[in-house]
Write a protein that binds this ligand. Structure first.
Ligand code: ATP
Ligand code: MG
Length: 461
């Protein structure tokens, strides 16, 4: 069963249960209240009528009242006051002799009623043709009336008929309300679940066509489906990015490896083609050695990059003294003997950092080694570490070859080298790795450079 149908079924069931329960409770309370009222009314009417009957042995002239009834009884007269109520509010009263003979009033149930024996001041019930009746008897006492009984009868239907017709109308109204609510429920459920349809369609399309460009695009908003859709879109964004990066990396890597492999195989073919002079063999071997070193460093860089990508979320950061760390690294790197370059440091003391030592060492040494690599003869490198406010700045400046405005935006791209033909050209992975490390620490790397004058790379965190 679909979620939509489940919601509708639950909604309607709960609606019907709640309404039925409310109806049942109101009906039961009202009917028991009405029944109690009816019983009270019955006994009160019988009791009142008992006071309206008197007995006279002889009727004198002044006792004659034209409005009252006089019934000959037991050698005297029974006077029934005109206040005597035969039938009122559905209650029927009859005056009976002990043997059941009706001498005044009415017996609405005939034989059925006579079968029920008299029982003083006790409410009895009798069911005739499925209809329940209440019976209340009152034994008359006093001179002349001993042995007479007043019996009141009322049908339960009298009390409940009004309630029953109101209930019928209420039931019809309830059915209409349930139907209308069900229709509204269906419309609301469809409207609420519409985004789910979109999410499902997008997921199916991504799954079937492997099109990671597909998005749900439910727009901004705080409702649960929009939040889910936005997170889904962001997840696909990241998958798409990772997938694209993977593709780019694989094609770049194979492209980068193809060049040294081609050069090596060309040199081998050339050397094997025909007998050569020793110098020519040496030259060919030198080319092969250079290219294989390049391949080896490329493979090493690629391996560390891939290790870094895999381990990204699992590095353990710790707090340590970044000032001491940079000073010691510079001391070591100052020993690099390259182009007679001098390394100067200007490190502010006691700067603390939270990070991963091995990665930060790789970042800093990449920047410093680039400064050596692209520095000029007898040049200088300045490494400075400072803190302004909450930000730490590690900058590495050189007075080397610099980078042109055209190349500047691309130096952080993977495998990008400004001049590949240069002998000491690297793999072009150093800066991209450094930038990834900076970002992993929540920082960034900026670069300023003038062609022919030098460059400054700054790690800001
Ligand atoms: P490796 O992967 O061995 O570091 P690489 O040094 O060529 O190789 P990156 O460190 O990523 O690669 O640098 C990318 C390019 O940016 C370099 O090829 C170089 O042309 C340029 N570059 C980097 N640093 C400097 C610098 N300090 N001065 C001038 N050019 C630089
Ligand atoms: Mg480099």
């Amino acid at each position: 069963m679909t979620v939509k149908n489940k919601i509708i079924v639950w909604f309607i069931s709960i609606l019907v249960i709640v309404f039925s329960l409310a109806f049942f409770i109101i009906y039961s309370l009202s009917s028991s209240f009405l029944k109690e009222n009816l019983k009270k009314n019955l006994s009160q009417t019988v009791e009142k009528n008992a006071d309206e009957i008197e007995y006279y042995f002889i009727l004198s002239g002044e006792d004659e009242n034209i409005y009252n009834q006089y019934i000959e009884y037991d050698g005297g007269f029974l006077e029934i006051d005109d206040d005597f109520l035969n039938t009122v509010d559905g209650i029927t009263i009859g005056l009976y002799e002990k043997n059941g003979n009706l001498i005044y009033g009415e017996n609405p149930l005939g034989e059925h009623l006579l079968k029920k024996g008299f029982s003083n001041a006790i409410l009895q019930t009798i069911t005739v043709e499925g209809e329940k009746h209440y019976v209340f008897d009152r034994k008359l006492d006093g001179i002349g009336v001993d042995g007479l009984w007043l019996r009141g009868t009322v049908s339960e239907e009298t009390a409940l008929s009004g309630l029953k017709s109101v209930s019928k109308i209420a039931l019809i109204i309830l059915c209409i309300i349930v139907e209308i609510s069900a229709v509204i429920g269906i419309i609301i459920a469809e409207k609420i679940l519409k985004p789910v349809k979109k999410i499902t369609q997008a997921a199916i399309q991504i799954g079937s066509s492997k099109n990671l460009k597909q998005r749900i695009n439910l727009g901004e908003g705080k409702d649960e489906f929009k939040t889910l859709a936005n997170h889904f879109d962001k997840m696909v964004d990241r998958l798409d990015e990772a997938f694209e990066a993977e593709k780019r990396f694989t094609s770049d890597a194979s492209h980068e490896l193809r060049t040294p492999v081609t050069v090596i195989s060309a040199q081998c073919e050339y050397a094997l083609e025909s007998p050569k002079e020793t110098e020519e063999y040496i030259e060919a071997l030198e080319v092969i050695s250079r290219q294989s070193k390049k391949m080896s460093s490329l493979i090493n860089d690629m391996l560390s990059l891939s290790r870094f990508e895999h381990k990204k979320g699992n590095y353990e950061f710790c707090d340590f003294d970044f000032s001491t760390f940079i000073s010691e690294l510079c001391e070591d790197l100052a020993l690099v003997e390259s182009k007679n370059i001098t390394l100067y440091t200007d490190v502010e003391k006691n700067i603390q950092i939270n990070g991963e030592k091995e990665l930060l060492e790789r970042l800093a040494s990449n920047l410093i080694m680039n400064a050596y690599k692209y520095g000029k003869e007898n040049g200088v490198i300045n490494v400075s570490l400072s803190k302004k406010g909450e930000k730490i700045f590690l900058s590495v400046s050189d007075d080397g070859i610099g980078i042109s405005e055209v190349d500047l935006p691309r130096v952080f791209d993977r495998f990008y080298c400004v001049d590949k033909s240069r002998n000491n050209a690297g793999t072009g992975l150093g800066l991209s790795m450094a930038l990834e490390i900076a970002r992993l620490h929540g920082g960034d790397i900026t670069v300023e450079s003038t062609l022919g004058k030098g460059s400054t790379f700054t790690f800001i965190i």
